[in-house]
Design a protein around this ligand. Structure first.
Ligand SMILES: NC(=O)c1ccc[n+]([C@@H]2O[C@H](COP(=O)([O-])OP(=O)(O)OC[C@H]3O[C@@H](n4cnc5c(N)ncnc54)[C@H](OP(=O)(O)O)[C@@H]3O)[C@@H](O)[C@H]2O)c1
Length: 280
């Protein structure tokens, strides 16, 4: 059984499904099997990163899949330690060699690392790699509006996507609005808060019960109705299917407002504020 997932179009014309598949901690043969199961179920957008050490696993799953390469959307990310222009270029090439792919559909700068202050030259490397055909669409992760403004001012090129921590405990209302005004698509990482106690939350449980759905499904439907692309990770085919079975119900305005009340200013899972936090 394969579910059909609706698609949206990014500001540069690339189409993406409205829900994707996270792969953090899916490595080796079990990882290939989990990713192949996800693709068989209907996932087409797969999220990896140089730092997850599993671009090879993702590439192998793509090769073993019966779905043509041009129907898949594979994302990878540039780590902080390789943001200088020349290093960024060779890292993008290395990412492709690791996956044994000819191109990535999306390539993102993983963190802005503002103290290091190299993200504009990293961005220039992504712009050039797109011109060379190594990447179809370029974006960022964890960038604040001020970081994106600088990319735009210094290179004239805006990201197609900003992938940020976003879940019911940290709903990023302001940043989402800013993305909308600037025609940038929001992708949500850790959309299920890594299945922490959110999956016992009473407010969400009541909403889930009313729809005869699970809490995970309510959360993922909420992402969809906000207009963000969640990329839940699951090693289990059963939970992978659960997570994309969200297109046959709808949350009403009252339910959306109730979920909005769960957000907290300190709701980030690990206090990773991109203005300060750096990752290499
Ligand atoms: N750009 C960034 O800085 C950044 C940072 C973090 C993550 N990411 C990306 O975002 C992806 C998703 O985030 P994440 O992996 O941190 O967290 P997540 O997707 O919110 O949660 C994953 C956890 O939830 C469990 N789970 C999944 N579906 C479930 C369900 N229906 N019921 C119960 N448990 C369920 C999984 O366990 P099982 O595997 O056992 O199902 C796993 O432990 C990552 O894999 C990665 O690709 C990006």
């Amino acid at each position: 059984m394969s579910l059909s997932i609706p698609e949206i179009t990014l500001n540069d014309g690339l189409t993406l499904p409205v829900i994707g598949f996270g792969t953090y901690r899916l490595n080796g043969n079990p990882g290939v099997n989990a990713i192949n199961s996800a693709i068989d179920l209907g996932y087409r957008l797969i999220d990896t990163a140089y730092n997850y050490e599993n671009e090879g696993t993702v590439g192998e799953a793509v090769r073993r899949s019966s779905i043509p390469r041009d129907q898949l959307r594979i994302t990878s990310k540039l780590p902080g330690r390789y943001q200088e222009y020349d290093k960024a270029v060779t890292t993008i090439q290395e990412s492709l060699y690791r996956a044994n792919l000819d191109y990535y559909d999306l390539y993102l700068i993983h963190w802005p690392n503002p103290k290091q202050d190299n993200y504009v030259e990293a961005w220039q490397a992504l712009i050039d790699a797109k011109k060379w055909g190594l990447i179809r669409s370029i974006g960022v992760c964890n960038f604040l509006p001020e970081h994106i403004d600088r990319l735009n001012k210094e290179t004239g090129v805006k990201p197609s996507i900003n992938q940020i921590e976003l879940h019911p405990y940290f709903n990023q209302e302001e940043q989402r609005k800013w993305h909308e005004e600037n025609n940038i698509t929001t992708e949500s990482w850790s959309p299920l808060v890594r299945a922490n106690e959110v999956l016992q939350n009473e407010t969400l449980r009541n909403i889930a019960r009313d729809h005869n759905k699970t809490i995970s499904q309510v959360i993922l439907r909420w992402h969809y109705q906000l207009g963000t692309i969640p990329i839940p990770k699951s090693s289990s085919p059963k939970r992978q299917l659960e997570n994309i079975s969200i297109f046959n119900f709808s949350l009403n305005e009252t339910e959306l407002s109730t979920i909005a009340e769960l957000t907290r200013p300190d709701g980030r899972m690990k206090n990773q504020d991109p203005a300060i936090y750096e990752e290499f």
